[in-house]
Design a binder for this molecule. Structure first.
Ligand SMILES: [Zn+2]
Length: 163
């Protein structure tokens, strides 16, 4: 059992971030994702783990978004994993659209990464070409495929009407 003891919340000018007091190597599990409280709608303390499943994540709600993150939230295995080597006292961040389909509170990203997506509103608002470059959870992949299929169906219907 890996606990969240090494993780600490830092607050600066009301801005919260999650810091680790220990180093991790790439691929290492950092902690489990809590699933004691599941909701059918997103809020600022939840992470999406399925189509209509949003779990309250406790301390992990202080994780900020990054377009070049150092952790992955694997919602199938319910684990937070190091995406690369992480140093002690480093801030932890993940790519929000890797879990969130449609976010409750979208915002503008100023992470400065060369691949920055700028508008962070959930996976459904990003082109496939952008999503392909990121770790994506199963429910996001499934919802993306569904959206594409529906779009194709819609286009086929429009073409049928035109004929
Ligand atoms: Zn960014």
């Amino acid at each position: 059992m890996v606990s969240m003891d090494a993780l600490t919340i830092k607050t600066e000018n009301k801005f919260r971030s999650l810091i680790t007091k220990q180093a991790y190597t790439k691929g290492q599990m950092i902690c489990e994702i809590p699933t004691e409280k599941i909701f059918n709608k997103a809020n600022r303390y939840t992470v999406q783990i399925g189509r209509d499943r949003h779990t309250e994540v406790g301390k992990l709600a202080a994780l900020n978004h990054s377009c070049d993150p150092n952790v992955i939230l694997d919602t199938e295995n319910l684990q937070m994993v190091a995406r690369r080597d992480i140093a002690k006292d480093e801030e932890l961040s993940f790519f929000y659209p890797s879990t969130e389909w449609e976010m409750d509170a979208p915002f503008i990203c100023l992470c400065g990464a060369s691949n920055c997506i700028h508008v962070v509103a959930g996976a459904r608002f990003l082109p496939l070409s952008t999503l392909e470059n990121h770790y994506l959870n199963k429910h996001i992949r499934e919802m993306m495929i569904e959206l594409l299929n529906n779009t194709e169906l819609h286009l086929a219907k429009l073409q049928a009407i035109e004929k």
